[in-house]
Design a protein around this ligand. Sequence first.
Ligand SMILES: Cc1cc2nc3c(=O)[nH]c(=O)nc-3n(C[C@H](O)[C@H](O)[C@H](O)COP(=O)(O)OP(=O)(O)OC[C@H]3O[C@@H](n4cnc5c(N)ncnc54)[C@H](O)[C@@H]3O)c2cc1C
Length: 468
Amino acid sequence: MTENDPSNETYDVAIVGGGVVGCAMARRFALEGARTVLLEKSSDILSGASKANSAILHTGFDAPSGSLELQCMQAGYREYLEIHGRMNLPLLRTGAMVVAWNAEDQHKLAGILAQAKANGVDDVEMLDPGQIRAMEPHLSRAALGAVLVPGEHLIDPWSAPLAYLQQAMAHGAQVRLRAEVRQGRFDGQAWTLLTTQGRLRARQVINCAGLFGDLLEQNLLGQSSFRIMPRKGQFVVFDKAAASLLGSIVLPVPNERTKGIVLTRTVYGNLLVGPTAEEQEDRVHAGLDGATLQSLIDAAVERIPALAGMPVTATYAGLRPASEKKEYRIQADPERHWITVGGIRSTGLTAALGIARHVYSLYSQQHQHVAVSAPTWPQVPNLAEHLPRDWQTPGYGEIVCHCELVTRREIQAALASPLPPGDIGGLKRRTRACMGRCQGFYCGAQVAELSASQLAVPLATGRCHEQH
Ligand SMILES: Cc1cc2nc3c(=O)[nH]c(=O)nc-3n(C[C@H](O)[C@H](O)[C@H](O)COP(=O)(O)OP(=O)(O)OC[C@H]3O[C@@H](n4cnc5c(N)ncnc54)[C@H](O)[C@@H]3O)c2cc1C
């Protein structure tokens, strides 16, 4: 433990965890006028569950009716649509199709349509095989029918939380990286938190620690009301040439445990297949295995035959912070000035802004602040292919990563930004350098050189693909 908080300030709120939920939380509390600090144990934000997902902004059409998850997803969805333009966040309206590939699935389509309507998603419609073919000519003719959900979108899963946190910082929120909360003591008024960057005081703690949320509570509260059960999802990313084979997000008919294997484009212009749903004990490592990845490729080729032989650009895996219940585990303990935001398993990217609003409404039953009257709207750089990229604007200078067309200017801007990357993973998420076909084989050395003295965890080898 190092020295005390140099500012000697007592924050209104300490948010533990810099995943998408913590970043959205920091934004909401800062906009509401609370003195906010976000504590993240890694050298960069988005280093846990939020670093690897499918990047779908869900309508909530298939979420359990009446659930808090549905409420937060739909609030988050609405707010993203409302604010994305002001922060330069991409939004690609692709729509989704829940496709029946066998008779059993086909029988479930009417129920899926009815549930969507019950959830207030009214623009859904049933498609017959001819309509599917007209919309998605490359999809296998084995598709027996589908429910079309026009409101499903694709977003950039990394620039969104970055923008949320930058807006929070613009309104005074502090961010401490490499600040793992190890211990804490509540004296009836405020918490003293002991972190790996020192000690600080905050009247309220909000636990957004994702895959470690239950352990944080065991440490600081003596017990946790939920148990994290990490659920791994492996993905295969096909080459950019594959993206033209698909317009919509193709979802399977889901089962009890998972939404199943999805085929989707990404805003970066790839085609993605995944994720799997595999329970594991390990909360940190999301290992890949060849047999599973091959089964994903096989499933993708079965559904889109023209994918046969298409090169694979990358493979990756993420861990969902699932708990022993399906529902989000959000609850306030006003006596101990603690709010738990746990078990945000597979919809947190969509729901984050809605979760933050819900949590603020719990908090505001005890505490009030004066909200910011005229928020500033920091803009984040665009990395989506359907919008102008830096290399398409004059004066970009030099392209460093030729696979993803990342300019030197973009890398330098990320390193000089208000929330610069702390490690190569963060630099990749902010610029897409090293994330293309060669996975940093050609540009890694130059990226390492450009960032050498500026990352808290420098890229040692010059080979981007060795650090994620
Ligand atoms: C395979 C997969 C696909 C998904 N697809 C989608 C999708 O398409 N759409 C969608 O909406 N959602 C999707 N999700 C869900 C979404 O990614 C998660 O719900 C979300 O990332 C959870 O975020 P979080 O902030 O709760 O947790 P995390 O991202 O894990 O953040 C928690 C943070 O807390 C930090 N931390 C932990 N302990 C401490 C401590 N003691 N002190 C300080 N810091 C600490 C961690 O380092 C971490 O950065 C998907 C998830 C996965 C895994």
